[in-house]
Every structure is written in C-alpha cells, then in structure tokens.
Design a protein around this ligand. Structure first.
Ligand code: IYR
Length: 247
C-alpha cells in the first residue's frame, strides 16, 4: 500500500491446491443448477435467509467503497399486491406497444407475458435500489449535500450477482424481474430522491409442478478467451487432470 490511509493486516485463508479445486468444482456444480423461476409456491421463507443473502450482497466491492445500494425486502401482502398491480400496468403497455417485434421475438423462448402473478404468490420480494448519488451532511456547513457516487451501476450489478448466488446456495428460487419503467417502485416504497430502482427479485420456493424454459448456457469455449504463453495453450500446470469443463 502506498497511500497514507490506515490499513490492517490482510486475513487471507490459504488453501491447499486440492481443497481449492474441490471448492471451485463444488461451487460450479451448484451454480449450474440455478434457474430463473416464474412459477412459485407461497411456502414461507425464514427472514434470516433473506437477511443473510442481503449481507452477502452488501459485502460486494463498490466504487470508492461507497456501497451505493439499498435493499427493500417486502413480505407484506398489501405492498406485494400494489407492486403487482403497478408492475403489470407498466408491463402490459410494454408488451402491447413499447417493445419492438425484435425484442418480443428474443423473449419468445422464455415465454414471458405482461402477467406477473408471482409478485403476489412469493413470500418475499427484494427491490434493489441504486443510489445515483449520496446524501449526507457537509461537515463544514452542517447542511445536507449531494456526494458524487462512482461506478454505481457496476457496483450494484456486482452486489446483485452475489445476492442471486447467495439465495440459490440457500436453496431458494428467484426471478430477476425488471418491469420497465420502474419508477413506480421508488414512489410506492417511499424511497428518497437519490434512489433508482435497479432490479426486483421475487424470492421463494418453486411451485411443485414448476416448469422452466428449455434453454442452455454458452460453452466455456464461447465465453473464454485465454491468452497464455505459446505452447502452453490454456493449461497452466495445476497438477490435476481433467478440470471438468465442457468444451
Ligand atoms: N421486463 C419484462 C420483459 C423482459 C425482458 C427481458 I430482456 C427478459 O430477459 C425477460 C423479460 C418482463 O419481466 O417480463
């Protein structure tokens, strides 16, 4: 560290290579089973699972460590109903007139429509807000002022990735829902003027007969460009055979 800010000694867990590989493979296998679910049961979810997942999300790196996020967790039936009514009203206009034919065709394999009954069925909805700027008291003047936030979109995107992974690992199902426009959420949930709805994540258990679209993820070869020394293409010596990736 070259700056003059205070520091502390890093606590870093050093793993044996075999343990690294075991954990890495286990995490990969688990994450491969995550699916976006749109057909939920109303089975309750303990609040601590929601709290812990939001703590994980809150551990994400962020621009200048400004942590420009607010998570609103809703289980109140009246609020969920109001969210459903407002979201469906926007989605209906989107599906019927705002979205292009190209966009609707791209969504065809997912089978989505403007109807969002899951918003009332799920035990929890987490609405993630991005703080476009910070609001705080200026230590000099004692007045409230705006603080610039850096990389807030990227920061909140990273936090949402951790949130989805954490909920999945806790055995919960989610749908990443972005009704558009989403302004109604800040109004309905009484959020301050610096907060913009980023994404809405209904959380719960799948309905017993839930079905999901028949879609697949790209292969590693299609998403990874590996730049390694000549003659050692893509296989730095790990000491292990068969990393177990599909090609
Ligand atoms: N926000 C709409 C439409 C939608 C758009 C995309 I891009 C998706 O991947 C899925 C849905 C909705 O939630 O239905």
């Amino acid at each position: 560290m070259t700056g003059s800010a205070p520091t502390q000694l890093l606590k870093f867990e050093s793993l044996e290579p075999a343990e690294q590989l075991r954990r890495s493979r286990e995490f990969l296998q688990r994450m491969r089973t995550r699916r976006t679910v749109r057909d939920f049961s109303s089975r309750p979810v303990p609040y601590e699972l929601i709290e812990n997942a939001i703590c994980v999300a809150g551990s994400a790196p962020s621009g200048a460590n400004q942590q420009p996020w607010t998570f609103v967790a809703i289980s109140d039936p009246g609020t969920k109903r109001r969210i459903r009514i407002a979201a469906e009203a926007e989605e209906r206009v989107s599906y019927e007139s705002r979205m292009s034919d190209e966009w609707l065709a791209a969504l065809e394999p997912l089978g989505t429509t403007w109807r969002k009954p899951f918003l009332e069925v799920v035990p929890w909805i987490i609405v993630v807000f991005r703080q476009a700027y910070g609001l705080g008291i200026d230590p000099e003047s004692g007045e409230e002022r705006r603080y610039k936030h850096y990389y807030s979109e990227e920061s909140v995107g990273i936090a949402v990735g951790l949130l989805l992974a954490s909920l999945h690992l806790a055995g919960l199902a989610t749908v990443t829902h972005t009704p558009s426009p989403m302004k109604f959420l800040a109004d309905l949930l009484g959020r301050p003027p610096n907060e913009r709805a980023f994404v809405m994540i209904p959380v719960g258990y799948p309905a017993p007969d839930a079905r999901v679209p028949l879609i697949s993820k790209k292969n590693l070869d299609d998403i990874l460009v590996s730049i390694t020394p000549q003659g050692n293409q893509g296989t730095p010596d790990s000491g292990f055979e068969d990393a177990g990736h599909p090609h």
